[in-house]
Design a protein around this ligand. Sequence first.
Ligand SMILES: Cc1ncc(COP(=O)(O)O)c(C=O)c1O
Length: 386
Amino acid sequence: MYHFYDQYCLEQAGKSRLRILPPVDSSVSLDFSSNDYLGLATHPDVVNAAIEAARQYGAGSTGSRLLSGNYKLIEAFERQIARDKHTEAALVFSSGYQANMTVLASLLSRRVLPAPPLVFFDRLNHSSLYNAMFLSGVEYVLFDHNDMDDLRRQLQKYRVSSRPAFIVTETVHGMEGDLLPLAQLVDIAAGYNCFLYLDEAHATGLYGPQGYGLSTTVDLSPVPHMVMGTFSKAIGGAGAYVACNAVMQQFMLNRTAGFIYSTAPSPMSVAAAAQAWRMIPALAGQRQQVFAMADLLRRMLRANCITVMGDGTNIVPVCLGDESDTLALKKALLEDGMMVSAIRPPTVPTGTSRLRIAINALHDRASVNQLAEGIVRHLAAPMAEG
Ligand SMILES: Cc1ncc(COP(=O)(O)O)c(C=O)c1O
């Protein structure tokens, strides 16, 4: 039966969509592919917090939170997250993928709701959110990415008061590099009586007065809501949180399978994330620098008539459209010592293959110049198939 799986990969290769692991010993001098936006993954205080936690608690958590795996450190961190996200409670998960898939699926459960729910879902949402739709078998309506007029149209057309309704979206889009008009979305959700589920994977650490996400800039109290975010991007670690009220925290403890039946995150990763989290408010200068450099890169590329997507974020997607052109440009930049990500379908829609450039706190004017110059030069010259 291996043949079927081999055939699938061969087909992907034929479409320039085969995924391979990048080399681990490459001579990259400038890395624009990392999600460690604030450089916290290697910060000595963060690394030391992980080491200390391993000494105090051990390397593993030994069980589910509901059995042997609960510990002081994780509870204290959840209280801090709740405070900083202005919610009553929070729960920590081992990964963002696990949190989205399993929390959202449990919210949509037919065992819990009085009628089949209907989900209004941004069509470019992350795979983990899509998989929650598939896992729960729920009916969902797609709206155009960040398009509040289209969302209103879909709500007018499909919202019926007899069915519980949810709106699911990301506040900062990880592949489009743009921002959700959150205040407008809250008004719409309130007007149509919808539950709001927000993914702040790429917003956590970078937005809001203290850096704790876009959700902290808006009053979400007019609507029932849950806000998920990860420690895997600007927090520089691994794992995720869901911030919510006490009712929803208790519900997750009792219904969210990925929480109940999974070993609690390791004390090392929780301690590292908690340390990085505490450092976030003091990193306003780094946030400013990251946004200024991303803005500079966008302007330089656009001045050269290159199609750059998004605005107001440190994620700068350069859209080439075609898979093989995207791979070729990535390869050419790698040969110059610069690492960027090539993003192809099915991660993004067909015809929108792109380089995903993530600006982080280590990038300065010189690094941005070097990258912009490389992209412009390679796009001006015909590139070899890559
Ligand atoms: C929008 C979004 N949500 C969720 C995730 C999953 O997070 P994690 O990498 O912590 O599993 C990601 C990461 O790729 C993401 O971009």
